[in-house]
Design a protein around this ligand. Structure first.
Ligand SMILES: Cc1cc2nc3c(=O)[nH]c(=O)nc-3n(C[C@H](O)[C@H](O)[C@H](O)COP(=O)(O)OP(=O)(O)OC[C@H]3O[C@@H](n4cnc5c(N)ncnc54)[C@H](O)[C@@H]3O)c2cc1C
Length: 382
């Protein structure tokens, strides 16, 4: 009665841990040779932390996180502050923790807990190409040709999921036309006057730049995104500094100073997929980015993968795998679609508008107080 989880990223490991804690034997099939995340930061909202808490790893992730004081939106051209959301006692009392974390500081606690769990078998170098199933079980076909059988299979194999390719059959993800450049800067390189315990986002015409401190203050995470109508997918390709900077103009002096500190950039052309209503095939189901990949603009992809993991775990009944997966999909369908639409509209209406549209955004935020922002975030974080 082993459950197979394909993919050992944040979503896959969280699911394995949740199921094993409930007494289920789990085998995680990971394509890579090691379980690790790329060396970049991630924002984890209160909904994500609640899931980490319910999996038992919230305290250790919190202890490695940087607890920022504020989320701040600035105009990328003038540098003026457009909006501010204090992450203070009022915010924490209503919603909980919002913090920024090095990706491995989310993955490693999950990995440690999985490694220490006697019901979890972690198998690296086990890329899955396909599955077969009948009324009693599922078999995963590995790239090596080996077969691994279980009672159910959860495809948590990310944006380019092989499980999804077979289950949904909707081909490659949608290229958004937006390119993200990421860099990590050692914190000592940052001048004191630019070091603030804040997630700052500079929003300019067709671009935005986000930066914040990660890894206990040792590094600064820099993410610069432009909607440059890129047509070809790209994943972590090294790029020259000058080739990055030409996309970010006009840019206010503070943002420029920050970007000039980075010398090793990598580029991703962002992809997502339009929401679908069903991602189950009897004993096989999708989870996280494999099921509902989103643009990163609401900082929710990993948080949604964690919500999936906890939801699936609580819906799971080994005597009724098909019914369990149907309940999980039914519970997750509407919310994940809403996050998809919110992420896209954040990019269009808040992060990248130019001219009159940018002025309209500024007027909208000027009319809202912190209480209004809280009300608008209730559906997501509450
Ligand atoms: C620039 C950027 C910034 C982001 N910022 C945030 C943020 O601030 N907050 C947030 O919540 N989210 C953020 N996200 C989204 C987040 O990174 C993803 O949503 C999250 O990592 C998805 O987790 P996952 O486990 O579903 O997939 P993944 O992390 O992609 O893990 C999939 C795993 O499956 C493995 N795999 C792939 N194919 C196979 C196969 N065939 N067989 C076996 N294993 C396989 C992979 O090696 C990988 O380990 C951001 C994304 C980007 C691109």
């Amino acid at each position: 009665m082993t459950v197979l989880v394909v993919g050992g990223g944040i979503g896959g490991l969280a699911t394995a841990l949740g199921l094993a804690t409930a007494g289920q034997r789990v085998t995680v099939l990971e394509a890579a040779a090691v379980f690790e995340e790329i060396g970049a930061g991630i924002q984890v909202g209160p909904n994500g932390f609640r899931m980490l808490d319910s999996l038992g790893v919230g305290p250790v992730v919190r202890s490695r996180a940087v607890h920022v004081d504020e989320l701040r939106l600035r105009c990328g051209v003038s540098g003026r502050v457009v909006a501010s959301l204090p992450l203070d006692e009022t915010f924490r009392t209503r919603f909980g923790t919002y913090a920024v974390v090095h990706r491995n500081d989310v993955l490693t606690p999950l990995l440690d807990a999985c490694q220490n769990h006697e019901l979890i078998d972690l198998r690296p170098n086990s890329g899955v190409t396909a599955y077969t199933q009948d009324a009693s079980g599922v078999t995963a076909v590995l790239r090596s040709g080996d077969l691994v059988s279980g009672s159910a299979l959860i495809g948590a194999d990310g944006l380019r999921s092989a499980v999804r390719r077979q289950l949904v059959g909707d081909g490659d993800p949608t290229v958004s036309g937006h390119t993200t450049f990421r860099a990590v800067i050692p914190a000592p390189a940052v001048p004191a006057e630019l070091k603030e315990n804040v997630v700052t986002l500079w929003a300019g015409p067709h671009y935005h730049v986000v930066w914040y401190v990660i890894a206990g203050g040792r590094y600064v995470n820099l993410v610069a995104t432009t909607d440059n109508a890129a047509t070809e997918p790209m994943t972590g390709v090294p790029v020259e500094h000058a080739d990055v900077m030409k996309h970010f103009t006009p840019l206010c002096p503070d943002a420029r100073r920050v970007m000039e500190l980075a010398d090793e950039w990598r580029a991703w052309v962002l992809c997502d997929r339009a929401p679908i209503t069903d991602w189950q095939d009897s004993r096989v189901v999708l989870l996280g980015d494999a099921a509902h990949p989103v643009l990163q603009y609401a900082a929710q992809g990993a948080c949604q993968a964690l919500e999936d993991a906890v939801c699936l775990t609580s819906a799971f009944d080994p005597r009724d795998v098909v019914g369990s997966f149907a309940r999980y999909v039914a519970q997750r369908r509407e919310r994940t679609a809403r996050v998809h639409h919110a992420s896209r509209s954040m990019g269009r209406e808040v992060y990248h508008p130019a001219g009159e549209a940018a002025a309209a955004r500024d007027a909208m935020f000027a009319a809202w107080g912190v209480a209004d922002l809280h009300e608008r975030l209730e559906w997501l974080y509450g």
